[in-house]
Design a protein around this ligand. Structure first.
Ligand code: FMN
Length: 375
């Protein structure tokens, strides 16, 4: 079996895109772990749709637009962000790097990137927060006991997280078939550190307990979301929305923003990509409601397309873990810089010097291309 390489300490000239990190990742990640990270649920239809739907969109080039004062800044939920790319919550990052989420936070700090820390992180939420003075949000999974959910919220508030991102699309999440075939299991030293103080019995039941009497019996409902919003002053963002009625319901209930997401194709297989439902949800929720998307964002051009479809910002999932494995904090920072540089080039060439200039008219109507079968 090939040996797994130590993370690089310098970025080679050959690493110039997110795809390069993905291509190199198998040299730095154990095969079973890679199967766990890369895989999607079921037949992986939603996983493929994420990449394909972004790739199908075409950008309009516009000439002779004065872009001298262009920039990528935006204001989102009272934050002023340097650019619209956030790091998605990814659990168990100790699987690929000894410093795990702390190294990711250092990469975020170096590039003015907002970070979303997972409940399932292998490092404590406080240690991750301490590694970046940039904007950070905490991704919350409801715990079977309310007092434990509340304990996480209080810790996140105290550690300086400024929003809660509640993920609701995976009350049940079977391992992908790829991960099952590879015999993947989360090793005991990569368990969620922030949950360590809760005893075994009060953690979410395992998938072996059965779906309806096990996991779904402990799954949250709308009343739990209302309860949570009553417990904290932090803005609450819901992650995992794809349905326009769910989106409208969240907005009516006072949710501060949404992450449209199919969990990187790891939740319900067969659902659409976030980018394909975004225009309809933007139209329904209005121009100013904060909407983020993730899934299949692999370049600055993809970021641009998401913004053109109506997103305020995007999150990147797998690219961060590949970059972490390949070159630690340095890799994460470099990967984020590549995305931002590509976005800036794309904005300059499309005649949209600020994010506010990007809109539906920034995309070429792709009808003709679709009819010709150019997918
Ligand atoms: C290995 C892995 C672990 C993840 N862990 C979490 C998690 O703990 N919480 C969560 O809300 N989403 C989690 N996600 C989903 C990501 O936040 C994000 O929605 C998804 O990765 C975006 O798609 P992309 O990987 O194509 O960028 C995870 C995704 C992967 C690949």
């Amino acid at each position: 079996m090939a040996t797994i390489r130590e993370p690089l300490v310098r970025i080679p000239a050959s690493l110039v895109s997110v795809a390069d990190y993905e291509r190199l990742a198998p040299e730095f990640i154990e095969p079973a772990t890679l199967a766990y990270i890369a895989g999607g649920s079921g037949n992986e239809q939603s996983l493929r749709a994420n990449i394909e739907d972004v790739a199908r969109l075409r950008i309009r080039n516009r000439l002779l637009v004065d872009s001298a004062h262009g920039h990528t800044r935006l204001s989102l939920l009272a934050h002023s962000l340097a650019h619209p790319v956030l790091l998605a919550p990814i659990g168990h990052q100790g699987l690929v790097h000894r410093d795990g989420e702390v190294a990711v936070a250092q990469g975020a700090a170096a590039t003015d990137t907002a970070l979303v820390t997972s409940t399932q992180a292998t490092r404590r939420l406080e240690d991750i927060a301490a590694a970046t003075d940039g904007p950070k949000w905490f991704q919350l999974y409801f715990q079977p006991r309310k007092e434990h959910t509340l304990a996480l919220v209080r810790r996140a508030e105290a550690a300086g997280y400024t929003a809660l991102v509640v993920t609701l699309d995976t009350p049940v999440q079977p391992l992908s078939r790829r991960a099952q075939r590879a015999g993947f299991r989360i090793p005991s030293d990569c368990l969620p550190a922030s949950l360590a103080e809760f005893s075994e019995q009060t953690r979410p039941p395992s998938a072996l307990a059965g779906v309806f009497d096990g996991l779904m019996a402990a799954a949250p409902g709308w009343q739990d979301l209302d309860w949570l919003m009553g417990q904290t002053r932090l803005p609450v963002i819901v992650k995992g929305v794809l349905d326009v009625e769910d989106a409208a319901k969240c907005q009516r209930r006072g949710v501060s923003g949404l992450v449209l997401s199919n969990h990187g194709g790891r939740a319900l297989d067969g659902v659409p990509s976030a980018i394909s439902v975004l225009p309809e949800i933007r139209a329904r929720l209005g121009k100013t409601y904060p909407l983020l998307i993730d899934g299949g964002i692999r370049s600055g051009y993809d970021v641009f397309k998401a913004l053109a479809c109506g997103a305020n910002a995007v999150l990147v999932g797998r690219p961060q873990i590949y970059a972490l494995a390949v070159a630690g904090a340095l890799g994460v920072a470099h990967m984020l810089k590549l995305l931002r540089d590509e976005l800036e080039v794309c904005m300059a060439l499309s005649g949209t010097p600020t994010l506010a200039d990007i809109g539906a008219l920034s995309l070429a109507p792709d009808l003709q291309l679709t009819n010709l079968g150019y997918h």
